[in-house]
Design a protein around this ligand. Structure first.
Ligand code: PEP
Ligand code: MG
Length: 629
């Protein structure tokens, strides 16, 4: 019930409402948002590489100048080619493979004859200078690329733009982005702010000793671009898609880049500055310990080698793999190639992705590629499913639904296409195929039948492929543990998928927060299934690894080593800590510890034992010299 107000009160309400309704004076938010390419925090002075630095002189020419302009164009293109080849010669041996790969891509773009012929045609027909003609040609290419739905290919337009801009810079008398930066501006740690920074620019910038780049902010660019991949492999906190970055961040202004939170802080407080400095110190320390361990083999103190592999979702993860000093890729979850899109990756796109991973690990051990584990919580988009004419009904229990091999068998053509791509990719280097959610020998027979079909097709088409690829199975269902004796003769190797082994052993949906406290890796049932699997597989003389999240737990390493499992595959970020742990362990002691752990009856008691052993063994390096003296 409302009561009548006196005029004074009414006036107050009106004033209050007026305050609410009047928009606050526009004070621009001191934060800009962006997309994280490489995590971390950086504080530094913004150093702008503005669009005006790349302004292109445009002027009409006379008919008589056409030859001269065309000649300028050719010479500039060849000079860029020389720059790039000089750059690839200076690449250090341990430079990321992407660095060499993108230089190859650039040189390929440069070698495309239409670059010269089509641009020369524009010079001739429009009577414009070479720089201008290049801009016009780029605009034509951009329009063609707009028709392409494939995100990867669309991103390649950035490479073409970069090559064109390099030629334009040479034509305009500028050599590279690096020469655009004034020496006196480089005293502090800098955060580079650019519309877009090509990977070649980035490599050159990195090579400058006088330039301490701690962060990168780009207005445009995508997270899958080569520059993003390079930024990520260099470990420089980087954001892309930061709107109005050039306008809002002037050169000389102190800014903070919090790539983890996806923000650029334009006016950090003292507290924020201090917190950023702490985060940067921690990051540097982490990097130092990472570098220290990178080249070191993971071997226990009594000489047992433990292979530490990386789990990846996309070829773009490779830089992290190398940075972490992984022994190879132990699990490539190929289903990620199929997600977050409205179409499906074709055979050629898959082939390219698999080859990139295999080649990216050259010189290292075999790459283990898992066939798509689609379904469950990794479901295709409605649009992709529609292309497959898939059943679009929501599943009541997706984790128990059409997932992994079952999904592949239900979409046999898609599976055969993946097998074709994998078998073709296998000619690029050593590969093993891993099957998700194997539940019975029939699963393996069906996969082998599909492989035969794929091989017959490729044979008939005269396409190069390999069919003698080792075939392995994930042990992630209790059923697989139970029928291991029947699976052993059919498969060449095994990998323990502990994430799903926990889910299916304990009947807890791993995505359901209501039951997350029951999703317990320390449950004795899980440990016993793991032990049983490792015992049976190693007794049969076959290889077994662990590739679930448990493999990345430093405290679990003694359990796996003690059971005789000497291959762990994990997110690259965990490798240094696990390596550090392995180096402190003694395999014989681990064996005793693992036996004891299997006798524990509750998860709480398992946790207690893990932490006691961790404390005991972590103290050993200091204790041992004293005991010896
Ligand atoms: C697992 O289940 O442990 C595993 C490695 O596979 P994913 O996490 O992809 O299901
Ligand atoms: Mg799994």
């Amino acid at each position: 019930m409302t009561q009548a107000m006196n005029p004074e009160d009414e006036k107050k309400v009106e004033e209050a409402e007026a305050v609410v309704e009047t928009p606050a004076p526009v004070e621009e938010a001191p934060r800009l948002k962006g997309l994280r390419v490489c995590p971390g925090v950086a504080r530094g002075i913004g150093l702008q590489l503005s669009a005006s630095d790349l302004e292109i002189p445009q002027f009409p020419i006379d008919q008589s100048d056409v030859r001269g302009e065309t000649q300028r164009l050719r010479m500039a293109a060849s000079s860029v080619d020389k720059q790039l080849s000089a750059l690839s010669e200076t690449l250090e041996d341990d430079a990321p493979a992407e660095a060499a790969a993108f230089l190859d891509v650039y040189r390929m773009i440069l070698k495309d004859p239409t670059l010269i012929t089509e641009t020369a045609r524009l010079i001739r027909e429009k009577l414009v200078n070479a720089e201008w003609a290049l801009s016009l040609r780029l605009e034509q290419i951009r329009r063609d690329f707009e028709q392409i739905s494939d995100a990867y290919l669309r991103n390649r337009f950035e490479d073409i733009t970069d090559v064109f801009q390099r030629i334009q810079r040479v034509l305009a008398g500028r050599r590279s982005a690096t020469s655009l930066l004034e020496a006196e501006e480089l005293e502090d740690q800098v955060i580079l702010v650019a519309d877009q920074l090509g990977p070649a620019d980035m490599l050159q910038l990195r090579e400058r000793d006088d330039l301490d780049i701690v962060g990168i902010v780009m207005e445009t660019g995508s997270v899958t671009s080569h520059s993003a991949i390079l930024a990520s492999s260099f470990g420089i906190p980087t954001l892309v898609g930061v709107e109005n970055a050039l306008e809002r961040i002037g050169t000389g202004r102190e800014i903070l880049v919090d790539a983890d939170a996806g923000v650029v802080n334009l006016s950090p407080s003292d507290e924020e500055r201090k917190a950023a400095a702490r985060a940067m110190r921690a990051l540097r320390q982490k990097k130092r310990s990472l570098v220290k361990l990178r080249g070191e083999a993971a071997v226990t103190r009594d000489g047992e080698p433990v292979a530490l592999y990386a789990n990846i979702a996309l070829p773009e993860d490779l830089p992290e793999v190398r940075k972490a000093g992984a022994d190879g890729v132990g699990l490539f979850r190929t289903e990620f190639l199929f997600l977050n899109r409205e179409d499906l990756p074709g055979e050629e796109e898959q082939l390219d992705a698999y080859q990139r991973v295999i080649r990216g690990m050259r010189g290292r051990v075999t790459t283990t590629i898992r066939t798509a584990d689609l379904g469950g919580d990794k479901m295709l988009s409605r649009e992709s499913l529609a292309l497959l004419k898939g059943d679009m009904d929501e599943e009541a229990n997706p984790a128990l639904g059409l997932r992994a091999l079952r999904f592949s068998f239900a979409h046999r053509r898609l599976f055969i296409q993946q097998l074709r791509a994998l078998m073709r990719a296998a000619t690029a280097g050593e590969v093993r195929l891993l099957l998700p959610m194997v539940s019975s020998p029939e699963d393996v027979h069906e996969v082998r039948a599909c492989m035969k079909e794929a091989a017959a097709e490729l044979e008939a088409e005269g396409v190069k492929f390999r069919s003698d690829i080792p075939l392995g199975g994930m042990i992630e269902l209790p059923a697989a543990v139970a029928v291991l004796a029947d699976l052993l003769p059919l498969l060449d190797f095994f990998s323990l998928g502990t994430n799903d082994l926990v889910q299916y052993t304990l009947a807890v949906d791993r995505t359901n927060a209501n039951v997350s406290r029951y999703c317990d890796e320390c449950h004795p049932a899980v440990l016993r299934f793991i032990a049983e699997s490792i015992r049976r597989v190693t007794a049969a003389g076959k290889e077994i690894s662990v590739c679930g999240e448990m493999a990345g737990r430093a405290d679990m390493a003694p359990f796996f080593i003690g059971l005789g499992c000497s291959a762990l595959s994990m997110d690259p970020a965990h490798i240094p800590a696990v390596k550090e742990r392995v180096l402190a362990l003694n395999a014989e002691e681990c064996e005793v510890f693992a036996r004891g752990l299997l006798r524990r009856r509750t998860a709480a008691s398992v946790r207690e034992a893990l932490s006691e052993f961790a404390q005991k063994t972590a103290a050993q390096p200091e204790e041992t010299p004293a005991a010896q003296s």
